[in-house]
Design a binder for this molecule. Sequence first.
Ligand code: ADP
Ligand code: ADP
Length: 225
Amino acid sequence: EAIVELSGVRKSYGVGTAVEAEVLHGIDLRLEPGEFVALVGPSGSGKSTLLNLIGLLERPTSGTLHIGGRDTTTLDEAELTGLRGRSIGFVFQFHHLLPGFSALENVLMPAIIERGVAGPDDLRRARELLARVGLAEAEHKRPSQLSGGMQQRVAVARALALSPRLILADEPTGNLDTRSANEIFELLLEFNRDTGAACLVVTHDPSLAARCQRRIEIVDGRVAN
Ligand code: ADP
Ligand code: ADP
């Protein structure tokens, strides 16, 4: 069973207004469990929009979207939020860490949001993840006390906190120097290998895209390959 399956997905912005515009024109795609796939294509072609739909942050205008076999188009907002929290880890271009909290607290945040409280298992898992991304010593540091690469490593640890089956990353290395970018990419590959989580990564870097098992190219709101 596919972890992600889109069929005839269209997305328009400004529906019912004078500036209505369709940005995705009938997307069909499947992502199998454990796949590591690059999402590539020119700027403005619809990659972020597609990622936001798959991440259940926005809804298709028409078509169907299944996540882990569940038809998401019939779910209400609370059900979407629940499915998103349990199944999907996000990494964005800008880390979106909470500035007033330590690295450890940021990694604990998904558990707190999901369960209302972080228990001993969550704490153990968060520390283990910070160690995996090489930041065991930095758990009490605020984001502002960390370098850009370190901040993004905290963001990766946070994305993995609830052991998602699907990782969505929107130019996770876009803001980083080559060395930090490689480190972040390695972490995603490693998590994919170790847990079998599927990973869909938007990247403009051809050398990173080449390291993915498969590439899906979006051009003008359509799958081009
Ligand atoms: P990419 O990620 O490939 O650069 P985007 O998905 O960000 O492409 O954007 C695709 C098109 O949709 C662009 O023309 C963009 O301006 C438009 N778009 C994206 N988000 C919105 C929005 N919230 N409202 C209106 N238009 C949008
Ligand atoms: P990228 O090219 O890296 O995807 P963008 O600068 O196109 O980033 O978009 C950044 C954010 O702004 C996205 O969340 C997108 O949905 C939103 N956005 C993009 N274009 C528009 C638009 N024309 N109107 C409203 N929101 C937009």
